[in-house]
Write a protein that binds this ligand. Structure first.
Ligand code: COA
Length: 276
């Protein structure tokens, strides 16, 4: 990544601070973790696959970060508690929690099983609550903040995305509730809604075949986002630059979710062979 960030922000902006990223082993979440590493943070990550976590930790260390990682599924509250305790011992209490772990796939609602819907809600929404709740004592101590990785599906219905839309809308309302309730502890809570981010699992899953290329036509800024675009926004929200910002959703999508484009729906329907 190019790290435009460090051209504008000091490399020690987060020195001595610990950032924990759930799902930080790959994709947008790893990109966010790298941006925090570039501005001096200690970085902890969790996920389900140890190999991914080990590779990601090495990449973060190459950027100068002290790291730790733990295998933890965000659906498992005790596993998160253990991961946060390990982080505190090795890197200090968490200053910024990034709730990034997510699951998604395309499925028209009438084909989706109850367990499929539940799985996505469990990972995205319950997982975000689990992480926030388990990190509370850390965040209270550091007067820290939480960043939820949401999605346009939270506020715009997308074809074959009923499960993700319900889950992410829940995440954003949880974000606003925690901003309201935990402001008195000095804890801020905000969301980022990334648009299509190139090279990610989300793009492979949600824009199969040639959908991606054609989807670009529906992005006013005319390009896909990068993981660094999302990471820069996360660093801003977690930094003193945003010290009075809480309860907000920052859309980082090149304008893709502005109302008026039905292109995505038409493309997905075509890609799925007219199903639904
Ligand atoms: N279409 C429809 N249903 C699907 C599906 C798909 N592509 N993929 C999984 N499901 C359903 C399964 O059939 C199952 O329901 P069932 O028991 O009624 O058959 C349910 O979802 C759970 O699947 P399972 O594979 O057991 O869940 P998991 O907990 O191992 O995995 C997922 C969670 C399903 C979200 C999986 O896709 C995942 O691990 N994703 C992580 C990465 C990711 O999605 N990144 C993209 C972010 S945008």
């Amino acid at each position: 990544m190019s790290m435009t960030l460090t051209e504008y922000l000091p490399k020690d902006l987060f020195a001595g601070k610990t950032v924990f990223v759930t799902g930080g082993g790959s994709g947008i979440n790893l990109g966010v973790a790298k941006c925090f590493a570039a501005v001096g943070a200690n970085v902890a990550i969790c996920g389900r696959t140890v190999e991914k976590l080990e590779n990601a930790a090495r990449a973060l260390e190459m950027l100068g970060a002290q790291t730790t990682h733990a295998v933890a599924d965000v659906r498992d509250y005790e596993a998160l508690e253990r991961a946060f305790e390990k982080t505190k011992e090795e890197l200090g209490p968490i200053h910024t929690l990034v709730c990034g772990a997510a699951g998604n796939f395309l499925s028209p609602a009438e084909n989706l099983s109850a367990n499929g819907f539940k799985s996505v809600v469990d990972i995205d929404l319950l997982g975000s609550f689990n992480a926030s709740r388990a990190a509370f004592e850390h965040l209270e101590q550091t007067k820290g903040n939480i960043i939820f990785i949401s999605a346009g599906q939270a506020f715009t219905p997308y074809f074959a995305q009923a499960h993700a839309g319900a889950a992410k809308a829940g995440v954003d309302n949880l974000m606003r509730n925690l901003a309201l309730e935990w402001g008195r502890y000095g804890i801020r809570s905000n969301s980022i809604a990334p648009g299509p981010i190139e090279g990610t699992e989300g793009m492979r899953r949600l824009a199969p075949g040639n959908v991606g290329d054609r989807l670009k036509q529906a992005i006013p800024l005319g390009r896909f986002g990068t993981v660094e675009d999302v990471g820069q926004a996360a660093v801003f929200l977690a930094s003193p630059l945003a010290s009075f910002v809480t309860g907000t959703l920052l859309v980082v999508d090149g304008g893709q979710n502005l109302p008026g484009s039905g292109l995505y729906t038409r493309l997905i329907m075509a890609a799925m062979g007219g199903e639904g």
